[in-house]
Design a protein around this ligand. Structure first.
Ligand code: DQA
Length: 138
């Protein structure tokens, strides 16, 4: 089973960025632990700070991968283009957020991804990604 985690802007700074909200672990270290735990799966990780690159990656994997775990970060709340890309593809997308976006500022309550996501996992820290992964397993 081929699953890609796609992370949007500023998530390359995990571990350094606002650790009280996002924790102390870098995504690379977290991803290594996921790969070890789910060695039977083909896991891929991609991060970009650029909206168009995220759309390219969604299109590129959206007809061949079994699942996409997408944290579009701030673009969640602004990007019609990423929302449209999620709608355009065949691969199911699980939207994830590390923090509970609904407990934060009002502008984080709206998502352009959610209407076309197969599911949404919000507010469990980095565990949100693992819960999304588990949702793809039979
Ligand atoms: C985030 C929540 C977004 O509102 C924010 O812009 C992020 C991270 C999260 O994972 O909690 O960059 O997607």
């Amino acid at each position: 089973m081929k699953i890609i985690i796609i992370n949007g802007p500023n998530l390359n700074l995990l571990g350094k960025r606002e650790p009280d909200i996002y924790g102390n672990l870098s995504f690379e270290d977290f991803f290594k632990s996921l790969e070890d735990k789910y060695a039977n799966l083909e896991l891929v990780y991609y991060q970009s700070n650029i909206e168009g690159e995220l759309i390219d990656k969604i299109q590129e994997t959206g007809f061949s991968f079994d699942g996409i775990i997408l944290n579009a970060a701030a673009y969640t709340h602004t990007s019609i283009g990423i929302g449209d890309a999620v709608k355009a593809i065949e691969t199911p997308v699980i939207e994830v957020h590390i923090s509970n976006t609904f407990a934060r500022e009002e502008f984080r309550h709206h998502s352009y991804i959610s209407p076309n996501a197969a599911g949404i996992i919000v507010g469990f820290g980095l565990k949100s990604y693992e819960l999304a992964l588990l949702s793809f397993l039979k």
